[in-house]
Design a protein around this ligand. Structure first.
Ligand code: C5P
Length: 225
């Protein structure tokens, strides 16, 4: 039981985003993506078990948050951005696991849009990048991003690591069957600027536990004096 678990993360405070965001079109419709939130919730669970305080900012999902975390429920990317910037002040580590919608609808209709023409257009505008904005803060935590890719996984993941100014990026190949998105299993490759570690295909709980301890190793390395 918990008694035997070593509290590697005692004194740390992890801020984690998880799940999808929903971008409203009108009062009854939205744009979203295939994130179940399972990976982010498993990371929150593993970090709690290892002794961290955990704040979990979650988009709409159907799973129950782990007992003991501070859960903040949001819908849109804008709400997630606002909550993340508000809660990052107390964080030692930020894990951006949410599948944030890249674009939102420019003019959200106040009333349900009626069906008329055979074709219609939606104007979209880019959302703020939460993890990139946090990485610009003067007093920033240790930052871990995610990259869900369907091709050129290493190249795109390393590009994001550098461009967004992250400490680590966890990449998954969502084109492979039986992992990523709604699956209960996942495999990740964790990149830092200088190295690369594979976490082989396993349940998201096992993968999360390994990821949390690898993040902590890099964190300890960074702040060791
Ligand atoms: O560029 P891309 O969206 O693929 O980057 C993925 C990483 O960026 C993930 O860590 C995701 O949580 C984060 N992200 C974010 N805010 C956005 C878009 C992505 O924090 N608006």
């Amino acid at each position: 039981s918990d008694f035997f678990v070593e509290k590697h993360l005692a004194g740390q405070h992890w801020l984690i985003t998880a799940g999808p965001t929903r971008e409203a079109i009108d009062p009854v419709r939205y744009i979203s993506n295939h994130s179940s939130g399972k990976m982010g919730y498993a990371i929150a669970h593993a970090a709690l078990r290892a002794g961290a305080k955990v704040t979990l900012i979650s988009g709409p999902v159907t799973i129950t948050p782990p007992v003991g975390c501070h859960i903040i429920n949001v819908e849109s990317a804008a709400e997630m951005h606002q909550q993340a910037l508000e809660h990052v002040k107390e964080a030692t580590t930020f894990v951006a696991c949410a599948a944030v919608a890249d674009y939102r609808v420019a003019n959200v209709a106040q009333e349900k849009i009626k069906k008329s023409n055979d074709a219609m257009q939606l104007d979209l505008i880019k959302n703020h990048d939460i993890v990139a904005d946090i990485a610009q803060l003067a007093d920033k935590p240790f930052i871990v991003g995610f990259a869900a890719e369907t091709q050129n996984v290493e190249q795109y993941a390393r590009g994001k690591l550098m461009r967004k100014n992250l400490d680590l990026i966890a990449a998954n190949d969502v084109a492979k069957a039986g992992q990523g998105f709604n699956s209960d299993d996942n495999a990740l490759t964790l990149f830092s600027a200088v190295d690369k570690t594979e976490i082989p295909l396993a349940s998201k709980h096992i993968v999360a536990k390994k990821l949390v301890s690898l993040i902590n190793e890099h964190y300890q390395q960074r702040y060791r004096t």
